[in-house]
Design a protein around this ligand. Structure first.
Ligand SMILES: Cc1cc2nc3c(=O)[nH]c(=O)nc-3n(C[C@H](O)[C@H](O)[C@H](O)COP(=O)(O)O)c2cc1C
Length: 205
């Protein structure tokens, strides 16, 4: 007999809009994950086809955009500006669920990035100035010295660094994955259609 089945299974056959179920899963994950339920793997690709991946935080999502913020001159920023496609994966261990999102990316408008940057903690704002994200750093002391330098430079409001930016992945496909016993997991892959609908396709696990 199955032993470790979660108590409730979503009926993936009844799902017509994956965003609605994603929102529900995210709300559940906020209650059950120890921290960072919005942490997601972001895969980018160089122009010569080499993939790279790291974790970022999903800050906002809807049918058109899964948004995150970062340094535009970082490795990921450089790769995204050269190759406008990305893939995302979220894994909620507590719920035994995975979601994959793929699509083209666009950079968020400056007003959006400004608004987000203003809401960040002052120390994070200073950190954004202090960090040449992804580039070599000789010593930790150098990083600390740079934070002190920018603390002194911006005693009041901290402006957004010109390279600090945000990206949106436009979801062309979304796969919802629910763990089931004996590796007989549920997988449904949704493709966005031009008229704003979604076509579901079950996949073998
Ligand atoms: C839980 C978690 C959340 C993170 N969130 C972000 C984020 O939202 N933006 C960001 O630039 N880096 C974030 N990072 C750091 C990135 O994983 C990565 O180290 C950094 O962005 C440099 O990546 P790159 O060199 O590939 O550009 C996060 C790391 C973790 C573990």
């Amino acid at each position: 007999m199955p032993s470790n089945e979660p108590k409730q299974f979503p009926n993936l056959d009844a799902v017509t809009n994956p965003i609605d179920l994603f929102r529900q899963w995210m709300d559940e994950a906020k209650r059950t994950e120890i921290n960072d339920p919005n942490a997601m793997a972001l895969a980018t690709c160089t122009l010569d086809g080499r993939p790279s991946v790291r974790i970022v935080l999903l800050k906002r999502f809807d049918e058109h955009a899964f948004c995150f913020y970062t340094n535009g001159e970082s490795r990921k920023g450089t790769e995204l500006r050269a190759n406008h496609h990305a893939a995302l994966a979220l894994h909620w261990k507590s719920l035994q669920r995975q979601v994959r999102v793929e699509g083209p990316i666009r950079e968020l408008p400056p007003e959006d990035v400004d608004a987000y940057f203003r809401r960040r903690h002052r120390s994070s704002q200073i950190g954004a100035w202090a960090s040449h994200q992804s580039r070599p750093l000789r010593t930790r002391e150098e990083l600390i010295a740079r934070t002190q330098e920018f603390e002194a430079k911006f005693p009041g409001e901290v402006p957004r660094p010109p390279y600090w930016t945000g990206f949106a992945v436009q979801p062309e496909s979304i796969e919802l994955w629910q763990e089931r016993d004996f590796r007989l997991h549920d997988r449904v892959l949704f493709h966005a259609t031009p008229n704003g609908q979604w076509t579901p396709q079950r996949l073998y696990p």
